[in-house]
Design a protein around this ligand. Structure first.
Ligand SMILES: [Zn+2]
Length: 66
């Protein structure tokens, strides 16, 4: 089982990263402008978790299947 720890920010230790759905429209706008250039589409990034404090973007492994 994955622990709640996985949802804390590794950069600023904020205990609650947010999903795309939890972001406000303004925050979504900011996220879209984040300088993340790793080849993810916006659709992919909507599955990530975001830190509303330092804007760390956590890439979820949720979609990995065995
Ligand atoms: Zn953070």
């Amino acid at each position: 089982m994955k622990s709640f720890q996985e949802k804390s920010c590794p950069q600023c230790s904020l205990p609650k990263l947010k999903t795309w759905e939890e972001l406000t429209d303004e925050q979504k706008f900011l996220v879209e402008r984040l300088p993340l250039n790793t080849g993810f589409t916006l659709e992919e990034r909507k599955k990530h978790l975001f830190c509303p404090r330092c804007w760390f973007e956590k890439i979820s492994d949720e979609n990995q299947s065995c």
